[in-house]
Ligand binder design. Structure first.
Ligand code: ADP
Length: 594
């Protein structure tokens, strides 16, 4: 056989979907025409599939043959081998049964159950009459096979001419059907790509989005190459390539692409650049088109689909998909799907930008916070040294016999003041220490009951003087937290001293310990002035003191609970506050058990 019988590779891989019912109907009509007009009992039209097999798509004439043949797939090679022995009847090829290998034929054909008539030109059940259907480029796209002539004879000249017209019709119908199918496939694939890109676009980082959509875009659009450029606020941008990661592109091309993207977004029109396809459309002028074509030649791309990315009126990037020479044209439906993807990715770029901005803001705030911490620590240090010297001198003066009366009481007052300053400075130093990310916690088992006992011991005198009873509920079993003993001591001390400080004469403070699953729990309950709901929400902020005048009347700095909440946080614990104004408060601190 002279003509080539290789199948044109379909773009969809091996899968077969003949969803296009009108195409199948057209083939059926032609097959029926052959049986009704051309005087043959059976006609079958097959199409070439991407896996190199012929699939029977339409059978007319016999239900039995229809059932047996419909959907049957046979390798093209097998047919080619048989057709090599054929007589050339115009579009048809005839292989008389004498030349046919009957074993092979039975495998892929259908053998009618007839007795040949007694004549020299009698039709034999194993005779093979098939028209291989080629496209204009000489590629085999299908076959029209006929069998069972009504008169029981091999067709003569006149009948062959009629058969040829049907073969031509079948040829055109098969080509149209395959093209339609390919188009439907292209649309389906582009839509699948869009779904995948949409899902990927839910992520916040652009590199992740591109990473997760890359394959879907390349496969869904049967593309060979891909670039995706996102524009930054400052006009520059990042270019991602099909191979993944950010990549470099010729600056002139980048500039053309940026300008074209804006115009294409305004017009809401993707652009196809292919050899011989002019003009390029409103987005690309002649010169730019030529530069792009030269670039395409350089990288071996046959055509490209250029899609702007954007959201609302703003163009935010572009997507370039390339195909090799000889690959199918970009269809209208693909361009539309690409533009839809341009909208999805546009929104994703905006989200990614917002995320990036927030991320930056958080980093700036963190930097500010760490600067504040450093400032506090430095100032506290600088104050502490002279203050220690002041206190030393005050102590010396107080022990001097030269002073008496008002001078001595002034010295006492100065000493009290200096001691308070030392406490504030110590709190500031501790606050910056427990808030410093570079000072990590090294947890060890800490017996909380011992800490509670020590804290309560220290405060009992002051509490008793004030008329506040402090009770400790001894736990049945040891309560051990994983943490830093000094820091947890401060947590306990601050909570208990607040409870005593903000509880009026006659009230009681209770401290208890317990275990709660993987956590241990320290509870400090008082019958004090309570805290309003708004104030509870702000507790733990440095220097925050309640607006309640009864609370303000007590001396304080607003650093105690700030220290508590930072220590608790760095222990991966949590604090719960329950309070009723005028009735009392309960502070619960949960810490990981040691
Ligand atoms: P302060 O040095 O002012 O006591 P804290 O940080 O320890 O600072 O507490 C912040 C504010 O929370 C206090 O000014 C007070 O208004 C309120 N507060 C803390 N503990 C209690 C409590 N047990 N009862 C009532 N109010 C409290």
């Amino acid at each position: 056989m002279s003509r080539e019988t290789t199948a044109r590779p379909a773009q969809t891989g091996g899968a077969t979907r003949w969803s296009d019912a009108p195409s199948r109907d057209a083939l059926q009509l032609i097959a029926e025409g052959v049986t009704k007009v051309a005087g043959f009992g059976i006609a079958a039209i097959s199409v070439v599939r991407s896996d190199g097999k012929l699939e029977v798509m339409a059978v007319a004439g016999s239900d039995e043959a229809g059932e047996s043949l419909q959907g049957r797939r046979t390798p093209i090679d097998q047919l080619s081998r048989e057709l090599d022995k054929a007589d050339d009847w115009g579009l048809f090829r005839f292989v008389p049964h004498e030349r046919l290998d009957p074993g092979v034929f039975e495998q892929w054909g259908w053998v009618p159950d007839i007795e040949p008539i007694d004549a020299p030109d009698a039709w034999h059940p194993l005779d093979l009459l098939t028209a291989p259907l080629y496209d204009d480029e000489g590629v085999l796209r299908g076959t029209l096979a006929i069998d069972l002539p009504a008169d029981g004879r091999r067709p003569g000249e006149a009948q062959r001419a009629v058969l040829n017209t049907y073969a031509e019709q079948a040829r055109q119908a098969v080509i149209v059907a395959l093209e339609r199918e390919a188009l439907a496939d292209q649309v389906r694939m582009a839509e699948t790509a869009r779904r995948i890109v949409r899902r990927a676009a839910a992520q916040l980082r652009m590199d992740r989005i591109v990473e997760d959509s890359r394959e879907a875009l390349v496969e869904g659009f049967s593309a060979h190459g891909m670039w995706l450029q996102t524009f930054d606020q400052d006009g520059r941008g990042t270019i991602y390539s099909a191979a993944g990661g950010a990549s470099e592109l010729d600056p002139e091309m980048v500039e053309i692409a940026q300008a074209a993207a804006h115009r294409a977004w305004d017009a809401q029109e993707p652009v196809v650049v292919a050899p011989g396809r002019r003009p390029f459309g409103p987005a690309i002028d002649r010169h730019q088109g030529q530069v792009i074509q030269a670039f395409m030649e350089e990288i071996g791309a046959g055509s490209l689909l250029f899609t702007p990315l954007g959201a609302g009126p703003e163009c935010l990037g572009n997507l370039v998909l390339t195909r090799l020479e000889g690959a199918p044209d970009w269809t209208e439906a693909e361009a539309t799907a690409a533009l839809d993807i341009g909208h999805d990715l546009g929104r994703a770029i905006l989200n990614a930008r917002t995320f990036e901005r927030e991320h930056q803001l958080v980093e700036e705030l963190q930097a500010l916070d760490s600067y504040k911490g450093q400032l506090i620590a430095t100032v506290a240090h600088e104050l502490k040294n002279p203050l220690t010297s002041v206190m030393g001198h005050l102590e010396m003066l107080e022990s001097s016999p030269d002073f008496s009366g008002t001078t001595r009481s002034s010295l006492h007052a100065m000493d009290r003041g200096a001691r308070r300053m030392v406490r504030v400075i110590d709190d500031l130093l501790l606050l910056s220490k427990v808030g410093d990310a570079e000072n990590p916690l090294i947890p060890v088992p800490v017996d909380l009951y011992r800490i509670v006992e020590e804290v309560v011991d220290l405060i009992t005198v002051a509490a008793t003087q004030k008329g506040v009873a402090v009770q400790v509920e001894k736990p049945v079993e040891p309560v051990v937290a994983a943490g830093d003993a000094t820091e947890l001591d401060r947590v306990c001390a601050n909570l208990v001293s607040n409870a005593v400080k903000y509880t009026p004469d006659g009230g009681a403070v209770t401290v208890s310990l317990g275990r709660d699953g993987d956590e241990v729990l320290l509870t400090v309950t008082d019958e004090g002035i309570g805290i309003s709901e708004q104030d509870v929400a702000r507790l733990g902020t440095e220097f925050f003191r309640s607006s309640n005048p009864e609370a303000v009347a007590q001396p304080g700095t607003g650093l105690g609970l700030a220290i508590v909440s930072r220590v608790v946080a760095r222990h991966h614990g949590r604090m719960e506050i329950e309070s009723t104004l005028g009735a009392g408060s309960t502070f619960r601190v949960f810490l990981p058990a040691g």
